[in-house]
Design a protein around this ligand. Structure first.
Ligand SMILES: [Cu+2]
Length: 186
């Protein structure tokens, strides 16, 4: 995915998605809500959740990017026999006239290195890239919320949802992955 190549399409996509909401003849593809929960500590990734409203045609979400973050990944938590693991997600279906939800305990974004200025501003502009119209790109400002609870607390979703999986295999340092796995067992 080449952000620069897609940039020219962004303005068009924005116009279409911003104006189409109340046309009455079927809802357009759009990102309708979303927020980010910061990690409990600065070295932990933030987690992002959002809802996409499906348009007239089924499409797939193939990437979510943010200029003001170092890295964004789509993940899915899967519970099998009581054990929750996570895997990277390359794409997610948005059914026609349906909804795609990234939510706690399921599909989610993991976001590393959010620019401090964005954190202070309380929002992170993100681009959602879909398979329709040569990779339509819909922009949405994600509200940034502080970490819930404190490190080690039951409400530390960062540790619950993400520490348990082997992030060492996913481009985090092996040390950091081991550290998160250890945290999750507390
Ligand atoms: Cu994750």
């Amino acid at each position: 995915m080449k952000p620069l190549a897609l940039a020219a399409l962004a303005a068009t996509a924005l116009t279409l998605s911003a104006c189409g909401e109340n046309l009455g003849k079927g809802q357009p593809l759009n990102v309708v809500s979303g927020h980010i929960v910061m990690g409990a500590t600065a070295d932990r990734p933030a987690v992002g959740y959002f809802r996409v409203q499906g348009g007239p045609q089924p499409v797939q979400l193939v990437a979510v990017t943010a200029d003001l973050a170092q890295r964004v990944e789509m993940h899915e938590s899967v519970r099998e026999n009581g054990v929750v693991t996570m895997k990277p997600l390359a794409r997610a279906d948005v059914p026609a006239k349906g909804e795609l939800a990234f939510k706690q305990g399921g599909k989610h974004l993991m976001i590393w290195g959010i620019n401090p200025a964005a954190v202070r501003a309380g929002k992170l502009p993100m681009a959602f890239v879909f398979t329709n119209n040569n990779n339509e790109r819909i922009l949405f400002d994600m509200v940034i919320k502080p970490a819930e609870g404190t490190a080690g607390d039951e409400m530390d979703h960062g540790a619950m949802d993400h520490g348990a999986m082997d992030h060492g295999s996913m481009d985090m340092g092996a040390d950091k992955g081991a550290e998160q796995a250890a945290d999750a067992k507390k």
